[in-house]
Design a protein around this ligand. Structure first.
Ligand code: FNR
Length: 381
């Protein structure tokens, strides 16, 4: 893994190792992908302030996210089908995060189940919840997360209906999977991925199959998922979930100041400024451009985090400077996972950590709390 110097290197390696339909699943946004591109590009429009002859010895990136100590303000975002980037992907990513001292968030739509991840890690991880129409099942997921020792619940607000991703349709990515000669060819040309996959039994949605009512195999799963996302989800449900969970609650997918105001009123501990990595509303602003107004509007009533488009430690610092307390990364860790499993995720985190450390120093700061608006030379946001 030593040849990978940045996240772009890991992406290129993942592309060579992961079958096209799964690589594209990670690497796509919805419709024209304009928001997906803007998430990354808008970071380039922000310039950092270079400072010199400042004492830069004894630097630290340590801080907290929703009260949890973290070695740097970078958590792994929840991503569905992570176990398809690499066999047992969620377990490997959670172990890498544990070693790096940062939070791992397990998606409802993960391949490895809550219990699988808990059995293979020592530190508590976070669980991301999608609210399904079957509220009994939602309640049982919350109970399972609590029983597994999860230390925060991340409630996703921006996926009441699914934004279309053309690549997934073109690639024939569906539940249940329909294997065409094209798919078999894609897999045959990725032998290391296949060999790892053959060694594991974890190849379907582990939180759902065998747990939700009448979902026992891939075909019943496909009927269930098609009708389960709830278009009627409302702020009242947030209150129900907050009470049922009773622990740290993070609301994910806020992009508008008015919604941020609503989120602050729910009593949740944090919100994540996010457009789902450009996978939902195509044409929405980038997360980084939406962040400053939201941070200013809610002040210290609720912790503000952000995700979307972070590809370097410099990007993390820009997000902190524009008002985030912490950040989440999705694709950067998925690329690491696809490229090299657990070691690949560790490397992705290490790359970002080193970039943050050096960049913070070159901005003349030693502590992560020094990453304020003062380190910005120019920003259109
Ligand atoms: C996601 N995201 C996501 N979010 C969520 O709340 N639950 C989920 O199951 C998923 N699944 C998912 C799959 C894949 C492949 C991606 C890339 C993303 C969104 C994710 O949590 C996060 O918001 C974005 O990934 C952040 O953008 P970057 O870092 O990928 O640019």
């Amino acid at each position: 893994m030593t040849a990978s110097l940045d996240i772009a290197d890991l992406k290129a390696r993942a592309k060579r190792r992961v079958p096209k339909m799964f690589f594209d699943y990670a690497d796509s946004g919805s419709y024209t992908q304009s928001t997906y591109r803007a998430n990354e590009e808008d970071f380039g429009r922000i310039k950092l302030r270079q400072r010199v002859l400042v004492d830069m010895a004894n630097r630290s990136l340590k801080t907290t996210m929703v009260g949890h100590p973290v070695s740097m303000p970078v958590a792994l975002a929840p991503t569905g089908l992570t176990g398809m980037q690499h066999a047992d992907g969620e377990i490997l990513a959670a172990q890498a995060a544990e070693e790096a001292g940062v939070p791992f968030t397990l998606s409802t739509m993960s391949i490895c189940s809550i219990e699988d991840v808990a059995a293979h890690t020592k530190s508590p991880f976070w669980f991301q919840l999608y609210v399904m129409k079957d509220r009994d099942f939602v309640g049982s997921l919350i109970d399972r997360a609590r029983a597994a020792g999860c230390s925060a619940l991340v409630l996703t607000l921006d996926l009441q209906i699914l934004g279309q991703r053309h690549n997934d349709i073109r690639n024939g990515l569906s539940t249940p999977p329909k294997f065409t000669p094209k798919h078999i060819w894609q897999m045959a040309t990725r032998p290391f991925w296949c060999l790892d996959m053959l060694k594991t039994k974890r190849r379907t949605f582990g939180n759902i199959v065998g747990h939700a009512k009448n979902v026992s195999d891939l075909s019943s799963l496909s009927t269930w998922t098609a009708e389960q996302f709830d278009p009627q989800l409302s702020w009242k449900d947030v209150e129900w979930i907050r009470q049922r969970w009773g622990g740290k609650l993070i609301l994910k997918g806020v992009l508008d100041v008015e919604d941020a105001e609503m989120a602050a009123r729910t009593g949740a501990d944090a919100l994540i400024v996010s457009n789902h990595g450009g996978r939902q509303l195509d044409g929405a602003p980038s997360s980084i451009s939406a962040l400053p107004r939201i941070a200013e509007a809610v002040g210290d009533r609720i912790e503000v985090h952000m995700d979307g488009g972070i590809r370097s430690g410099q990007d993390v610092l820009k997000a902190l400077a524009l008002g985030a307390r912490g950040t989440f990364i999705g694709r950067p860790f998925l690329y690491g996972l696809g490229a090299g499993g657990r070691e690949g995720v560790k490397l992705a985190l290490e790359i970002i950590r080193r970039e943050m450390d050096t960049t913070l120093a070159l901005c003349g700061r030693r502590e992560i709390s020094g990453a304020t608006r003062e380190i910005i030379a120019e920003s259109p946001f």
